[in-house]
Design a protein around this ligand. Structure first.
Ligand SMILES: *Cc1c(COP(=O)(O)O)cnc(C)c1O
Length: 422
């Protein structure tokens, strides 16, 4: 699906459905931006602006969507999607636990007072496992292999503590995703081995498939899981108290991708166009996934269903505010921050509107919005929304809460500070 954003003729052409989607997004964030400036003034730039209320709102909405279908649920925020401590601190108050993937994340979770933590990921070190075992009242270890089972038993035996565990199942047995978990056909043997470990309390299963614009992939694996459970001996099936179905829910606005030059040429287009990969509301995910769970899992066992959303929770809770330092040409400005703030060349492929908060207008104009790093790959955008653009203007790139702050790095410039609003 292609949306040519033809700014010069915007007012003359009837906006299509996609066009409206972006326009209303821009309108919402111009309004928010005005509040930000009003409250925080010139302290704003450059910064990450964090809205705790958005986290709370998303957390409640996510819970409600699934709890309205399922009797027994547990929710864990995937800290890696945004590891700013207040994001996790805020969601803990919404009765979420935390999903951590390393010792560093586990340490932060414990510092924040989390009492309900799942610890997943391949290749956990002895030090990481020790930290989990030491906190066995708060941590469930989602084991990644037979080797890890043996290692965890050994570490737990050293201090004579028992640890609650589950095992991750591989969802894709070929390609790079096969690095995660054990093959489903080896589950029975794995449970057998876990039972032989006196310090391991085996209680559940986990899987995770990322980047879901719709629930099909999750539904398909749940169906497969039904067959796997059916093939287990009754005594093993009965040990399963939870099934953790991971994260990977894409926000409803979908994915906005910039057309490549190649695609532009083919289309004979001028300027950059946007391709939208549409996503689905979380209620739809909830409906389809819950139905699959009733059909394939709950017909065999009663267990709690765990969720590990990351991106869906954190995406809308942070925005980036930068300032124009230099207008070098009519169509090229330099800002006070670089894309080291997001840690990758995001805006060369992803489209997010750049809003000129100092001169708001509902038109988008061509202009290279570049950062101040010593690399040409330091691009915030190819256009901006506004009347005009000049030195000193404050620009906002909305909804930068997922996989940006966590990936930000001190490269030439420091990662901008986070300011909380209100
Ligand atoms: C990354 C990850 C998540 C969160 O994924 P999102 O796409 O951000 O929802 C959840 N569980 C596991 C095991 C992960 O690795």
């Amino acid at each position: 699906m292609f949306l040519p954003v033809n700014t010069t003729h915007r007012t003359e052409t009837a906006p299509d459905f996609r066009d409206e989607e972006i326009t209303s997004f821009v309108e919402i964030f111009f309004n928010k931006g005005r509040q930000f400036i009003h409250t925080m003034g010139s302290r704003l730039t450059p910064c990450y602006l964090f809205e705790p209320a958005v986290i709370t709102d998303r957390a409640e909405k996510f819970k409600r969507a699934f709890q309205s279908h399922l009797p027994d649920t547990g929710f864990y925020y995937a800290m890696k999607s945004n590891n700013f401590p207040d994001v996790s601190g805020t969601i803990l108050k919404s009765d979420f636990g935390l999903d951590v993937s390393s010792g560093v994340e586990l340490e932060l979770a414990l510092e924040l007072g989390a009492t309900n933590i799942v610890f997943s990921g391949p290749g956990k070190t002895e030090t990481e496992l020790d930290m989990a075992v030491m906190n066995n009242d708060k941590v469930v270890v989602l084991m990644d292999s037979l080797t890890e089972l043996k290692r965890l038993e050994e570490r737990a035996a050293r201090i004579n503590k028992k640890i609650r565990t589950g095992v991750r199942l591989t969802t894709e047995p070929t390609g790079l995703w096969k690095k995660f978990g054990i093959l489903p056909e080896n589950l029975n043997k794995f449970i057998q081995a876990a039972k032989a470990c006196p310090h391991i309390r085996f209680q559940g299963l986990q899987f995770h498939s990322s980047w879901n614009m719709a629930p099909e992939k999750q539904v398909k694996f749940i169906e497969k899981l039904g067959q796997i459970l059916g093939a287990l001996p009754e005594r093993h099936r009965g040990m399963i108290r939870f099934i953790d179905i991971g994260g990977g829910y894409w926000p409803e606005q979908g994915e906005w991708i910039l057309e490549t030059q190649e695609m532009e040429k083919q289309r004979n287009g001028r300027g950059k166009a946007i391709r939208i990969n549409p996503s689905t509301p979380i209620e739809h995910f909830a409906e389809e996934i819950s139905q699959a769970l009733f059909l394939h899992i709950h017909n065999q066992i009663n267990c709690r269903i765990y969720f590990e959303p990351g991106r869906w929770i954190s995406n809308d809770a942070m925005h980036i505010i930068i300032k124009v330092m230099d207008k070098k040409y009519d169509n090229l400005v330099i800002t006070d921050a670089g894309i080291n703030a997001v840690g990758w060349e995001r805006f060369e492929t992803d489209y997010f509107p750049v809003l000129n908060l100092s001169q708001p207008a509902m038109t988008e104009k061509d202009c290279l919005i570049l950062g101040s790093l010593c690399t040409p790959h330091d691009v915030w955008g190819y256009r901006y929304w506004g009347e005009d653009i000049k030195e000193g203007d404050l620009l906002m790139i909305p909804t930068q809460g997922a996989y940006t702050y966590s990936l930000g790095q001190a490269f030439i410039k420091a990662v901008p500070p986070v300011l909380s609003f209100p």
